[in-house]
Design a protein around this ligand. Structure first.
Ligand SMILES: NC(=O)c1ccc[n+]([C@@H]2O[C@H](COP(=O)([O-])OP(=O)(O)OC[C@H]3O[C@@H](n4cnc5c(N)ncnc54)[C@H](O)[C@@H]3O)[C@@H](O)[C@H]2O)c1
Length: 429
């Protein structure tokens, strides 16, 4: 391997060319914010269909409106592309590609491919940031060698390298990319200051931490904390149900405590790209490096993964009380996205509920105005006819756009997993 002898020196005072690899839920909002802050942005993605939609001004990310995308395209400073050659010439490259699990193990092939692509175009003085959620050590142990070998440059000497976890919360209207503090890190002090300077132009507050591992762990800590607490209330909800105690009232009451308590609510299970995945990156790392099991994560996985089964079991019991079977019944699912007011159905527990009900012989229909196309399910509008012809309605995701009064008035039986409804025809989780 040959190394450039030129030290990186200081990062450019005002880096202007940004390359964002991955134009999904995380990469696209970042690209939009950077265009607004004055950067020239290349948004590279391997998904041709996605790039074509972006070029046509159609956003598939809830938090980025077509208007925002159109504005960015109109500046002439945003270029979505699948072309490797257009990625050259960046001052800063940010990697926002998926980090899924395959057979329960971290699958970092997308990060590796993105890093290899960045390496081909890396120039002295540039800054590379990994934002994808991953286990501690990825930036330095996986990304760094790929960048160095592919470019012939040395991290810390020729280019800057860091990690900054993304905290974007789709559908959250209070906290956005700009107002949410951004944790930043680098492999050394110069890299930290390059990474902090870049994000300082996009967000109100940067939070520096001393190393990339600490920044990587920060993201996993945040999501594992949520995962474990959601599992806690889910398990409590199942016990409270059997004990005849109203869990929702207890949660409301506990939430009046002004200190030492944080509100989490039960539901039909966890979904999306984060909670079902990220804690397992941490437990995998603990097992691989220390040979120990991260029991909290494993227990939370177990409880949360069981929730769709539990919901179906509750419907079976409710039908049983009425002397009817699931086989041959019609069930209307309200909301299939994993999160309210979003159109993201990745790893959504609602799809597991649908599959179980179909396997039991039910005719399942789904109403979710946030989801444009759903393969393999009958998508219907929520209206009086759908409600009156359904034997049961399950509120899986409580989008604000649903007419809950209509549901209350016309549904024969409602199984509400979100505490959105009450009434004699409503059974809550
Ligand atoms: N969605 C969230 O709310 C959220 C929040 C915080 C962190 N994250 C993390 O951010 C990362 C990205 O998540 P996302 O939700 O944006 O995923 P996404 O699937 O919405 O987008 C990722 C994009 O990367 C593209 N891609 C895959 N391999 C590529 C490659 N080699 N080169 C270029 N593009 C490639 C895909 O085609 C896709 O469009 C993940 O690690 C995720 O865990 C997600």
């Amino acid at each position: 391997m040959t190394h450039a002898v030129r030290p990186a020196g200081d990062p450019p005072d005002r880096p202007d060319a940004l390359l964002v690899i991955g134009q999904g839920y995380v990469g696209l909002p970042l690209a939009m914010a950077a265009v607004e802050a004055g950067f020239t942005v290349v948004g590279f993605d391997t998904d041709d269909g996605r790039v074509k939609r972006l070029e046509a001004g159609t956003s598939f990310v809830d938090d980025v409106s077509d208007e925002t995308l159109g504005r960015a395209l109109a500046t002439g400073r945003y270029r979505p592309t699948t072309e490797d050659a257009l990625c050259a010439g960046f001052d800063v490259a940010v990697i926002d590609v998926p980090t899924p699990l395959h057979d329960g193990q971290p699958h970092l092939a997308h990060v590796e491919a993105a890093a290899a692509m960045v390496a081909r175009h890396l120039r002295p003085g540039a800054t590379v940031v990994l934002e994808s959620t991953t286990y501690p050590g990825t930036t330095e142990e996986l990304v760094r060698p790929i960048l160095e070998e592919g470019s012939g440059l040395l991290a810390g000497e020729d280019f800057f390298l860091g990690y900054s976890p993304e905290r974007i919360d789709p559908g959250n209207v209070t906290w956005d990319l700009k107002s949410t503090p951004k944790v930043v890190s680098g492999i050394d002090a110069a890299s930290l200051s390059a990474v902090a300077a870049f994000y300082g132009r996009l967000v109100d507050t940067t939070v520096p931490v001393s190393g990339t591992r600490e920044a990587e762990l920060t993201k996993l800590l945040e999501n594992t904390f949520r995962h474990v607490n959601v599992a806690l209330v889910n398990e409590l909800a199942m016990f409270a149900g059997e004990l005849g105690i109203d869990i929702w009232e207890a949660i409301d009451a506990a939430s009046t405590k002004p200190f030492g308590y944080m509100r989490f609510t039960p539901g039909p299970g966890v979904g999306g790209h984060c909670l079902p995945v990220d804690p397992s990156y941490l437990s995998w790392k603990v097992r691989r490096s220390l040979g120990r099991s991260f029991r909290f994560v494993e227990l939370a996985n177990d409880v949360n993964a069981h929730m769709p089964d539990y919901v179906v079991g509750r419907l079976v019991t409710a039908f049983n009380r009425q002397g009817r079977a699931v086989r041959g019944s019609r069930v209307l699912i309200l909301g299939l996205a994993y999160k309210k007011n979003t159109g993201d159905a990745r790893e959504a527990p609602g799809t597991v509920i649908v599959d179980h009900l179909v396997a039991l012989g039910a005719e399942v229909r789904v109403a979710d105005p946030h989801l444009a196309d759903l393969e393999g399910v009958d998508v219907v509008e929520l209206n009086e006819a759908e409600l009156t012809t359904a034997d049961a309605v399950i509120v899986v995701t409580d989008h604000d756009c649903f007419d809950y009064d209509l549901v209350r008035r016309h549904a024969r039986l409602v199984l509400d997993t979100r505490n959105r409804l009450d009434g004699p025809n409503v059974e809550r989780l």
